[in-house]
Design a protein around this ligand. Structure first.
Ligand SMILES: [Zn+2]
Length: 177
């Protein structure tokens, strides 16, 4: 069971990778690449766990829900994409992690986090995780929903933690996505 406290700390974790609005704003994300690389329904329809499964099927992503230490992993092995999701996750947390990982599939080439020599972090190393978070939160709370409802209504309507709605608002304020 997912308690409310766990939900709050989970989304705070996502937020805290780049704490605060100001430092987030300083991180350049590849806005055009993000908007161009995501599928047509993204940020238009409120996507669900089932939509995620369909995207995985369509793209022949091998999905495994297993016992792992982290929330989720995306990797490419022999040219085949894999997503691993922790079997401990439930509800909105799980959906967030699923869309975060498929966000890497949509946007990021393997090795994007490293510079050409394969050793140092690339100039996009910080942006990569934020971009995947943006994919996740906008999948769950598209702009159409954000524009139509107040934050409290969105939380009630979809059963989301207020932190998730706050993260969504922050993404809009920073990058107009
Ligand atoms: Zn990630």
């Amino acid at each position: 069971m997912t308690t409310n406290t766990e939900t709050i700390s989970f989304f705070s974790l996502a937020l805290d990778r780049q704490p605060g609005l100001v430092s987030r704003k300083k991180t350049s994300i590849r806005r055009g690449m993000l908007l161009g690389g995501t599928p047509p329904g993204w940020n238009v329809l409120a996507l669900s766990q089932n939509d995620f499964y369909q995207y995985c099927d369509q793209a022949a992503i091998k999905l495994h829900e297993i016992t792992i230490e982290c929330h989720g992993v995306y990797l490419v092995c022999n040219g085949r994409p894999y997503i691993f999701i922790s079997d401990k996750l439930r509800g909105a947390e799980k959906t967030f992690v699923c869309f975060h990982e498929i966000g890497h599939f949509w946007l990021h080439k393997p090795g994007d986090q490293f510079s050409a020599d394969g050793k140092r972090p690339s100039r996009w190393a910080n942006a990569i995780e934020i971009e995947a978070d943006i994919v996740a939160v906008c999948a769950m709370i598209p702009l159409t929903v954000l524009k139509r409802h107040r934050p409290g209504e969105i939380a009630d309507l979809y059963g989301y933690a207020p932190e998730l709605v706050r993260l969504r608002q922050e993404v809009f304020d920073c990058w107009q996505i």
